[in-house]
Design a protein around this ligand. Structure first.
Ligand SMILES: [Fe+2]
Length: 177
């Protein structure tokens, strides 16, 4: 069985989200990778696997968004042309409860889908490729923003976001056969 490697991310200094919070968050990600590898090597079927696997993958997309530093969303670029709606995405992110605000590309219908994923094992969309992942678990922001600062965390996430990375994810997804 092929095992998964813990990825390393080159994350620049961010607005609002402290280095300490990122460091702790990366430890949590490392835990997912470790658990995925352990569960893969178990002989018995384990229902915890989707939770660990999606936790690993979602965090890899989330942290990669910060790499390379902040770049703007291209006006009239591929995501906008495909119907990406930033305000709608922010509203989804501010849904009560913990989980992920997600932008997917549905390869079957060839369209973007804005969605919400509870925790990480409930609600991932089958056959869709993840383009943009915003972690809305409290561990991602409470240390820096307190529970009441959730909205500021969402705003700062988009200030820190390398939109070039997201646009690249989209272009790549449209090419998958
Ligand atoms: Fe997280």
């Amino acid at each position: 069985m092929k095992t998964f490697e813990e990825k390393k991310f080159n994350i620049p200094k961010l607005k609002g989200i402290s280095e300490k919070n990122i460091e702790e968050h990366l430890k949590l990600y490392a835990g997912y990778v470790k658990n995925v590898n352990e569960l893969l090597s178990e002989k018995e079927y384990n229902r915890r696997f989707p939770f660990e696997f999606n936790g690993m993958r979602n965090h890899e997309v989330y942290f990669s968004h910060f790499e390379g530093g902040s770049t703007p969303l291209t006006p009239g670029g591929p995501l906008i042309q495909a119907g990406f709606d930033l305000e709608r995405f922010k509203k989804i992110a501010l849904t009560r409860g913990i989980g992920w605000a997600m932008l997917y590309y549905d390869r079957a219908s060839k369209q973007l889908i804005h969605s919400w994923v509870d925790e990480q094992h409930l609600g991932q969309l089958s056959g869709c490729t993840l383009i943009l992942a915003l972690d809305m678990w409290e561990h991602s922001y409470v240390a820096d923003y307190q529970p009441s600062g959730k909205k500021d965390y969402v705003e700062d996430f988009f200030v820190n976001l390398n939109w070039g990375n997201v646009e690249e994810n989209f272009i790549t997804a449209t090419k998958i056969k």
